[in-house]
Write a protein that binds this ligand. Structure first.
Ligand code: GLU
Length: 446
């Protein structure tokens, strides 16, 4: 059976790092099994859903390299939900309710006050047809709840959490449809997963109790369709160990602005919260190869921004010219990229380092002794295979200088900096004429 996974964001905001992680894992699960990864836009909430968010979700998945094999939209499938609802209604699995939000809140508070779980009391089930007619006469439309089967214990073998058991009597019958006819998340999602042949529902553990309810919806609706496997991953927390507001707002735009490569985000999010080591692996196939729900732990996954930066730097150092060419300063070729790459924290920093090659650079003031040394360097400069080692070798012999005294004035004169890229790689990029001019200028002083 082909593995089919889905990522089902509600387009009511931008993807944050937690959603990105869920999307990534669903993509990896599908890719690992040669299956399909669907993007499902959960846009039944017409008021809060926005087209700009749908567009941003697509753009960000593309930036992350998580290519969906298909896209579905709940707002285009309302007739399917209607049909499912009619079947549930015919089977007496949904019922009409009229409690207001305040009434429900009061009921909950009373139960909690008595130390009882705040489970809906099913008062609406006792209403007669005459009661319903009276409500209708008043112009009050019902909202609908799904009737959980209390005789059927709920159980599934969770791909991450192991065997799960729920007593349906401890759960509230979920509202599936509002009085205005619109849908809540629960039923459309189950209908879609069945229709689309989703084999694996992989999502955050905040959905565990939804799954308990949906397991009964699947049974009620399956009609030959297959209930998916479920896996709930532990939630993401910040490095301080708490769910932070910051994580909820960190999205692809913020990462991109900070020069984080999608590969770094992918490498980190693929493995945090698992027993596998987090490593700067730029090759997705290697990550997919080792992806395994059995390695996922129950403890929250820690997202550490400093770790992301470290991975990013290590990944930048591995990136091929072809992967970054369109983001490099003009004139910077593969040789330039390879010379500068090991000194970058982000690809964006290349521009600044490239200015060292193209100039102009700003040199420090040198002592008279160093100026004489640099004048000698300008004369000694010879252009061959490896001008840097030729130059420093000759100067070492001629002046007796070594270490810092030998190298630093040269680096400063040639680059204007105390640290930076490997001079042996940099010098050929600067070129003979420019290198000599810089040395001569430094020798003259300001
Ligand atoms: N739209 C739901 C959410 O964003 C989808 C959850 C699911 O994966 O079923 O939470």
């Amino acid at each position: 059976m082909t593995v089919i996974t889905r990522f089902a964001p509600s387009p009511t905001g931008r993807l944050h790092v937690g959603n990105i992680r869920t999307a990534l894992h669903n993509w990896m699960l599908a890719r690992k099994n040669g299956g399909r990864f669907l993007l499902r836009i959960d846009d039944t909430d017409a008021e809060r859903s926005k087209e700009e968010y749908v567009a941003a979700i697509r753009t960000h998945l593309a930036w992350l390299g998580l290519d969906p094999d298909g896209e579905e939209r709940q707002s285009a499938r309302l007739d399917r939900y209607e049909a499912a609802f009619e079947r549930l209604r015919a089977a007496d699995r949904v019922y009409r309710c009229y409690e207001t939000a305040q009434e429900l809140d009061l009921k909950r508070k009373i139960l909690l006050g008595r130390g009882l779980p705040p489970v809906y009391d099913r008062a609406a089930l006792t209403l007669s047809e005459a009661d319903h007619a009276a409500k209708a006469a008043e112009g009050i439309a019902p909202h609908w709840r799904f009737k959980l089967d209390h005789d059927e214990p709920i159980a599934w073998d969770d791909g991450i959490r192991g065997p799960q058991k729920f007593d349906p009597a401890q759960l509230s019958d979920p509202v599936v449809r509002r009085a205005d006819g619109s849908w809540l998340y629960m039923l459309p999602s189950a209908v879609d997963d069945l229709d689309m042949g989703v084999t694996d529902v992989l999502r955050g553990e905040d959905h565990v109790s939804n799954t308990a309810v949906q397991v009964q919806m699947f049974s009620a609706l399956a009609d030959g369709g297959q209930m998916p496997r479920f896996a709930h991953e532990a939630l993401l927390v910040g490095s301080e160990g708490k769910l932070s507001k910051r994580l909820g707002s960190l999205g692809c735009d913020a990462f991109r602005e900070r020069g984080i490569e999608p590969e770094a985000l992918v490498a980190l999010l693929a493995r945090i919260g698992t027993s596998l080591p987090v490593e700067p692996i730029a090759d997705r196939h290697a990550l997919i190869e080792t992806f395994d729900l059995a390695t996922f732990g129950r403890a929250p996954a820690r997202f550490d921004e400093a770790e992301l930066e470290r991975i990013n730097t290590a990944i930048v150092h591995q990136l091929d010219y072809g992967a970054v060419a369109d983001r490099l300063p003009q004139g910077m070729d593969a040789t330039g990229w390879h010379a500068i790459r090991p000194n970058l924290a982000t690809v964006g920093d290349a521009a600044e380092l490239w200015r060292v090659v193209t100039g102009p650079i700003e040199q420090p003031d040198f002592s008279a002794e160093d100026r004489a040394y640099l004048a000698g360097a300008a004369r000694a400069l010879e252009w061959g295979e490896d001008p840097w080692h030729a130059l420093t070798g000759a100067l070492k012999e001629a002046t007796g200088r070594k270490g810092r005294a030998l190298f630093l004035p040269l680096r400063q004169a040639l680059t204007g900096m105390d640290h930076g890229p490997d001079m042996a790689q940099l010098l050929p990029l600067i070129g003979e004429a420019e290198a000599r001019a810089r040395l001569e200028r430094a020798a003259k002083g300001h």
